[in-house]
Design a protein around this ligand. Structure first.
Ligand code: SF4
Length: 276
């Protein structure tokens, strides 16, 4: 396997419009993601100009902190997704520390930061996260708690166990946490055992679960097919059944679980009410 391409580039802006209704802005310090998930929709929104497969390159926006300092002062306050088309704590963050530098800039300027990652590297920044815990929340993407399944679709991402341990640590530090359970592929990661285990983790960490189906995009459809996951491109009926099962399990355990993030948005806004 050839080593991944890491290239430094200049960004033209820092806070972009988010395509997600629960977020006002997207902040993506990197373009590309070395976690290399087959189902990743970000590959369809990332232009490289070079013919390199998804998961084998990452561009580092080396000037983005400078741009963010300006945006954080001039832009209307709101909720910032860190990140929406990359993982802000993928391995290169260990060297570049862009996410680390950016969180205090956003929080101290009245923004609410919503972090989403698959990486325990987030624990490096516990000092910052605890200092600004009133202004942020942190979510871990966990499609399955089982390592042997995760490795099939998330070839270079940290193991689910490592993510769960990091989630537990953040929660124990009083940071508001959540789990993104997705994408759900009926027949792949929708067993009772998986859903129950995720619900237990949510219960013990006080996390909410946000779940989603797989969203079809050309790049990720191709990657899934190429890697033999064709049977999991399921029908609506199959997904509805998986959803029903998940909600029933969460309901039984008293875990908050929803597909849409609307009430999550209200909750975050009210946590941060003086700012809005
Ligand atoms: S961690 Fe997220 S952004 Fe990175 S490849 Fe996986 S799904 Fe895509």
């Amino acid at each position: 396997m050839r080593p991944p391409l890491v290239r430094e580039i200049k960004a033209s802006s820092a806070l972009g419009k988010s395509g997600m209704k629960e977020l006002d802005y997207a902040f993506n310090p990197y373009s590309g993601c070395l976690h290399s998930c087959d189902y990743c929709y970000a590959m369809d929104f990332t232009k490289t100009g070079v013919d390199i497969p998804w998961g084998e390159y990452v561009y580092v926006r080396t000037n983005i902190v400078e741009l963010l300092r300006r945006d954080a002062v001039s832009k209307r306050k709101g909720i910032v997704g860190v990140s929406t088309i990359t993982d802000p704590y993928q391995a290169v963050e260990g060297k570049y520390r862009i996410t680390r530098e950016s969180i205090p800039i956003l929080c101290s300027n009245g923004f609410h930061v919503s972090i989403q990652t698959k990486s325990p590297l987030i624990l490096r920044d516990l000092d910052i996260l605890t200092r600004y815990r009133r202004n942020l929340d942190a979510g871990f993407s966990i499609a399955t708690p089982y390592a042997d399944r995760a490795i099939q679709m998330e070839r270079r991402a940290p193991s689910p166990r490592a993510r769960i341990k990091a989630l537990e640590r953040l929660s124990s530090e009083g940071i508001k946490t959540w789990i993104f359970l997705g994408p759900i592929f009926p027949g792949f990661n929708d067993t009772d055992g998986e859903f129950s285990e995720i619900a237990e983790i949510a219960l013990s960490t006080g996390s909410r679960i946000i779940y989603d189906s797989y969203n079809h995009f050309r790049g990720s459809d191709t990657a899934l097919k190429k890697n033999g996951h064709v049977p999991y491109l399921f029908s609506r009926e199959q997904y509805a059944e998986a959803e029903r099962k998940l909600l029933m399990i969460c309901n039984r355990k008293g875990v908050r679980c929803n597909s849409e993030a609307e009430d999550w948005l209200v909750e975050r806004s009210s946590m941060n009410r003086p700012l809005f």
